[in-house]
Design a protein around this ligand. Structure first.
Ligand code: ATP
Length: 269
């Protein structure tokens, strides 16, 4: 397996303060690596630095064997690196189709193929992105990323604000993408147990330090100890101390996220 992403001794942070220290991490073709850890651990910082959106303070990052030093962030998608940001970065006033077309045009990509992974978006092509449910917006963000046919896909907090039942439906799509295309995925995820179900390997960051890494079986075997020592309540989305970010209003029983029928009804009216 060839390494698509090699992070070597990375220090990265803000205003000269390292929020990620001495991080070593690899992602190979055909595998999903979950980057786990509590809020503020440095997961998002790691992804932003890999994209070139936040400069490294020390260490090196190689994507497809080439150092990213000096590479502007906007070149990443054309080189095969796609990044689904935590905020999903949609154009909320534009329709689903327009959002997809813009992404496809920017990366000279393939819209139909991206859409094939999210058929639920097809009836919504004419709807404004701002009117979609959280799950649909996440699908759109992922489909936009796929238009560039990425060889390496980074997904930051796919589950943010979504009910676990929606996350359970979305995560297997990542596995299909990896199996179909041979791409590698770096997945930042709060739902540790769900992430471990879909990932091949996992790394755990706490306060900027890598405290554990291994196959998902190895990490799952140590999950109880890790949860107690490092992850705390963050390991269980239901018990998250920051419940507003992992569950919140989407857990309402009549919410579209938990009741797909209600979702359809809302939109069709
Ligand atoms: P979360 O799930 O909360 O996003 P995370 O593991 O992704 O957690 P990061 O977002 O990488 O964590 O944040 C790491 C640290 O860097 C935190 O202490 C955070 O407050 C800080 N931080 C994040 N963004 C900035 C910024 N733009 N300026 C200054 N500090 C920041």
């Amino acid at each position: 397996m060839s390494a698509l992403l090699e992070i070597d001794g990375l220090y990265s942070g803000y205003a000269g303060v390292a929020m990620v220290r001495d991080l070593n991490l690899t992602v190979h073709a055909g595998e999903i690596v979950a980057l786990l850890g509590p809020n503020g651990a440095g997961k998002t910082t790691t992804l932003l630095t890999t994209s070139g959106l936040n400069p490294a303070m020390k260490g090196d990052i190689r994507v497809f064997g080439r150092s990213i030093r000096g590479r502007p962030a906007h070149r990443a998608p054309r080189e095969g690196l796609a990044h689904v940001l935590e905020d999903r970065s949609l154009f909320y006033q534009l329709t689903v189709a327009e959002n997809l077309r813009l992404a496809a045009a920017r990366s000279r990509g393939d819209l139909d193929r991206a859409l094939s992974y999210f058929p639920a978006l097809e009836p919504l092509l004419g709807r404004r992105a701002g009117l979609l449910s959280g799950g649909e917006q996440q699908m759109l963000a992922m489909a936009r990323a796929l238009t560039s046919k990425p060889r390496l896909l980074m997904v930051d907090e796919m589950s943010l604000g979504l009910a676990p039942v929606i996350v359970e439906r979305l995560l297997p799509v990542l596995r299909r993408i990896v199996d179909d295309t041979g791409a590698g995925v770096l997945l930042v995820e709060q739902h540790v147990h769900l992430a471990l179900e879909v990932a091949d390997r996992a790394a755990v960051l706490v306060h900027g330090d890598l405290v554990a890494s291994g196959t998902t079986a190895e990490i799952a075997g140590r999950a109880a100890a890790l949860e107690e020592t490092y992850l705390g309540a963050d390991a269980s989305p239901d018990a998250s101390p920051d419940a507003s970010r992992t569950a919140g209003p989407d857990d309402r029983p009549d919410d579209p996220e938990t009741d797909p029928e209600a979702d359809r009804k809302d939109h069709d009216e």
